[in-house]
Design a binder for this molecule. Structure first.
Ligand SMILES: Cc1cc2nc3c(=O)[nH]c(=O)nc-3n(C[C@H](O)[C@H](O)[C@H](O)COP(=O)(O)OP(=O)(O)OC[C@H]3O[C@@H](n4cnc5c(N)ncnc54)[C@H](O)[C@@H]3O)c2cc1C
Length: 381
């Protein structure tokens, strides 16, 4: 099985490596301090086409296959995670439902805006009463003349305060729920009845901007229905399948950067008259980290390749997300340990990456939910 990225993607990723090194990493401290991305950096991201890598070329994107995209995302994830977060929602959970299930009008209108970065996307599924059990959502969409009326509240929604277009999942039939009673809608910023609630104060990823999204008699015209009535749960799950692989790709990218920081520090730091890299305890932490990242990387390539070949990757994407995000967290912990007290200090950046990587075991489905889904597939008749 040939799971290599295309030559075209290889060249693009080489350019990304330079972008990360020369423009993103120097901006990291400012991003961390302010929780916002500098405008010139956003302009460069637009120039590089980063907001539309996964969006088909017919709508102004690059139309990358999932394998190439995951490796581009992995490279960009070696910079501050706020940069990764800003581009990945437009390419992933914020646009994929439109790409997969949108009408011609929806695609023609929204996808060019998302691909260019002129519009920012958000995906609104989670609610205070419905996290892992997404089928328990309480936000309703009631049919009315010419459209639908949404009521309810979402929370933890990334990009919410800056988003122009929300993919919203709501109940349209309380009896059927996940079996044909949940539908997807496209809701634009500024729609009467849509408001952004409190911004969550988070442990990491200050610039990811998670907030509440409130619907109060929010009227959505018929043209805002995304996919068939009752098809929303399937749409959300399909979107998350791909999203899980993106989470894995980013986690591996962060892990690889951490490992190179750990190697650099171990060679430089001297104790007991020699570099700490000469101590077996340190070597084993680095060796275990490299081994786990290699395994995660191969799982990523295999699963993305299967997707591009048209396979159903439900279980593989859960396994890859589970392993990659847990492995990357172990890498972050070891690399922090390799740095000793310096690892705890803000100036090394390890502590920031340690905080940011922690969220990866939670969003796009927790590790426990990934295990639950893998086991359910193993045990089915
Ligand atoms: C940084 C961040 C960004 C996010 N961005 C978005 C976004 O853009 N859009 C969006 O819709 N959502 C988003 N979320 C929400 C995210 O998807 C949910 O937090 C996640 O699905 C878990 O739901 P919960 O937080 O309600 O936890 P809960 O479901 O309450 O889980 C609590 C604990 O119970 C465990 N648990 C629950 N059910 C089971 C079970 N059946 N078996 C075993 N263990 C179980 C969980 O694994 C977890 O350990 C984001 C979350 C974070 C942290």
């Amino acid at each position: 099985m040939d799971t290599r990225i295309t030559q075209e993607a290889r060249h693009f990723i080489e350019g990304l490596t330079r972008f990360v090194r020369d423009e993103c990493i120097p901006a990291e401290d400012a991003i961390e301090e302010t929780g916002s991305l500098p405008e010139p950096l956003i302009a460069r991201m637009k120039d590089l086409g980063l907001f539309g890598l996964r969006i088909p070329a017919a709508y102004g994107g690059s139309g990358m296959n999932l394998l190439d995209y995951c490796y581009a995302l992995k490279e960009l994830s070696k910079s501050h995670d706020d940069i990764r977060a800003r581009m990945s929602i437009n390419n992933g959970i914020g646009s994929m439902a439109i790409v997969n299930d949108g009408t011609a009008d929806q695609k023609n209108h929204y996808l060019p805006l998302l691909a260019s970065g002129a519009s920012i996307a958000a995906f609104a599924l989670t609610e205070p009463g419905a996290g892992s059990d997404a089928s328990a959502i309480a936000t309703t969409a009631i049919k009315t003349a010419g459209g639908w009326v949404l009521n309810g509240m979402k929370h933890f929604i990334t990009n919410a305060p800056i988003a122009d277009i929300f993919t919203v999942i709501a109940v349209t039939d309380k009896e059927k729920r996940a079996r044909g009673g949940i539908s997807a809608f496209l809701v634009e910023k500024g729609t009467p009845g849509l408001s952004i609630g409190a911004l969550h104060n988070t442990m990491g990823g200050k610039g990811w901007l998670q907030a509440e999204v409130i619907f109060d008699d929010c009227f959505i015209p018929e043209t805002g229905l995304l996919g068939p009535v009752g098809g929303g749960f399937k749409i959300a799950m399909k979107t998350l399948n791909e999203g899980r692989l993106s989470a894995a790709a980013s986690a591996i990218g962060i892990g690889e950067r951490l490992l190179s920081m750990g190697i650099g520090y171990a060679k430089l730091r001297t104790q007991f008259g020699k570099p700490i890299a000469e101590f077996e305890a340190i070597q084993w932490m680095l060796a275990d980290s490299a081994t786990e990242l290699f395994a995660a990387d191969r799982m990523l390539a295999d699963t993305a390749f299967r997707f591009d070949c048209g396979e159903d990757i439900r279980t593989h994407s859960s396994m890859t997300k589970l392993f990659a995000t847990e492995a990357a967290f172990r890498v972050a912990d070891r690399v922090l340990q390799v740095h000793g007290g310096m690892g705890f200090m803000r100036e090394t950046k390890v502590e920031r990456m340690f905080r940011d990587i922690r969220a990866y075991r939670i969003f796009e489905g927790t590790s426990e939910i990934q295990r639950f889904m893998i086991a359910r597939d193993l045990l089915k008749d």
